[in-house]
Write a protein that binds this ligand. Structure first.
Ligand code: SAM
Ligand code: DTB
Ligand code: SF4
Length: 335
């Protein structure tokens, strides 16, 4: 195993929609990293981080739910699924005016990326037209634009690219062998196909997963290996800690040892050296020392703002203070 080798051995696949998968990171090698003594793992992660990034820099991305609730999918972690009674009301899509206001707020607070999420299995072509307009609003204000709207066709991906979309978020969520325990309404291959469409359209890929859903280390190794073996691997890798929402099937999952979360971040950093690794959902429930360890392990992006999609995020002032106390800096959007 060589932690700095970057050129994947790509297997050639016939159809356009089949994603390129490399065998750069066998699951056993990823698991071996997760199993390292923590001081050794942190040293390796920090070494890789410094080779590719300024370790004092943090990216700030703000999330907005542009269409909330009423989703037909049955993702076991998600408060927006119609299959779970969580008290989240379904809304219509937000107007461009309301989105612009949110973008201006995020920009004033210092975010450089704006990510719009919709509780859809997949957008209709009419939905997509409206989203294209929202992407233009974000780009007008000088922020990087990201969307997460569910499954996309190739044509839809091309249209989003045409509107100026920089990133598309679509998570693999968990290891292939655990996926069926969490979601039954779409399969792993659907997700890989959407990622391939996004890549094909020339949009940067944002894809990660959720940790703390009852998986073992082997499960976390399976998720990281899948992501790291995408060829090329995603430009952005959100590592979410499960937010346990009452009414969802995963609401009573036992707590994960915070150091297991830190290990997962470190291994994402080592296996995907150039990616932005985002410490995503779950920071509100995480103490500051754990967050700081995640930053030291190579997380260089956070969700920043009062809310994630429907649940609360870490407090903005507390985030600013933590970054200042750590001597870390961010990049502001300009337009
Ligand atoms: N509906 C679209 C889809 O699922 O493709 C986009 C929005 S969906 C909410 C985006 C991602 O949020 C999910 O793939 C999952 O990784 C994450 N997520 C949702 N609920 C979560 C929770 N309770 N805790 C942590 N992450 C969560
Ligand atoms: C991602 O990986 N995490 C974000 C974003 N991509 C869309 C979503 C987190 C959702 C957390 C629970 C909620 O507020 O709905
Ligand atoms: Fe729907 Fe996305 Fe939630 Fe799954 S994660 S239920 S697809 S909003």
């Amino acid at each position: 195993m060589n932690t700095t080798v970057e050129s994947p051995v790509t297997l050639h696949r016939p159809a356009k929609t089949v994603p390129a998968i490399s065998d750069r990171w066998p699951v056993a090698d990823v698991q071996a990293l997760l199993d390292l003594p923590l001081p050794e793992l942190m040293h390796r992660a920090q070494t890789v981080h410094r080779e590719h990034h300024d370790p004092t820099h943090m990216e700030l991305a703000t999330l907005l739910s542009i269409k909330t609730g009423g989703c037909p999918e049955d993702c076991g972690y998600c408060p927006q699924s119609v299959h779970h009674e969580t008290g989240v009301a379904a809304t219509k899509m937000m107007t461009p005016e309301a989105v612009r206001e949110a973008v201006l707020g995020a920009k004033a607070a210092g975010a450089s990326r704006f990510c719009m999420g919709a509780a859809w299995r997949a957008p209709t072509d009419r939905d997509l037209e409206k989203v294209e307009e929202l992407v233009r609003v974000v780009k007008d204000e000088g922020l990087e634009a990201c969307c997460t709207l569910g499954m996309l066709t190739g044509d839809q991906a091309q249209r989003l690219k045409g509107a100026g979309l920089d990133y598309y978020n679509h998570n693999l969520d968990t290891a292939p062998e655990l996926y069926g325990n969490v979601i039954s309404t779409r399969d792993y291959q659907d997700r890989l196909d959407t990622l391939a469409q996004v890549r094909e359209a020339g949009i940067s890929v944002c894809s990660g997963g959720i940790v703390g859903m009852g998986e073992s280390r082997a499960g976390r190794a399976g998720l990281i290996a899948q992501l790291a073996n995408l060829s090329p691997y995603p430009e952005s890798v959100p590592i979410n800690h499960l937010v346990k929402v009452p009414g969802t099937p995963l609401a009573d999952e036992p707590d994960l040892d915070p150091l297991e979360f830190v290990r997962t971040v470190a291994v994402a950093r080592i296996t995907m050296p150039r990616a932005k690794v985002r410490l995503s959902a779950g920071r509100r429930q995480m103490d500051e020392s754990t967050q700081a360890l995640c930053f030291l392990a190579g997380a260089n992006s956070i969700f920043y703002g009062d809310k994630l999609l429907v649940t609360g995020n870490a407090d903005v002032e507390a985030d600013q203070q933590l970054l200042a106390r750590m001597g870390m800096h961010t990049t502001r959007a300009h337009a």
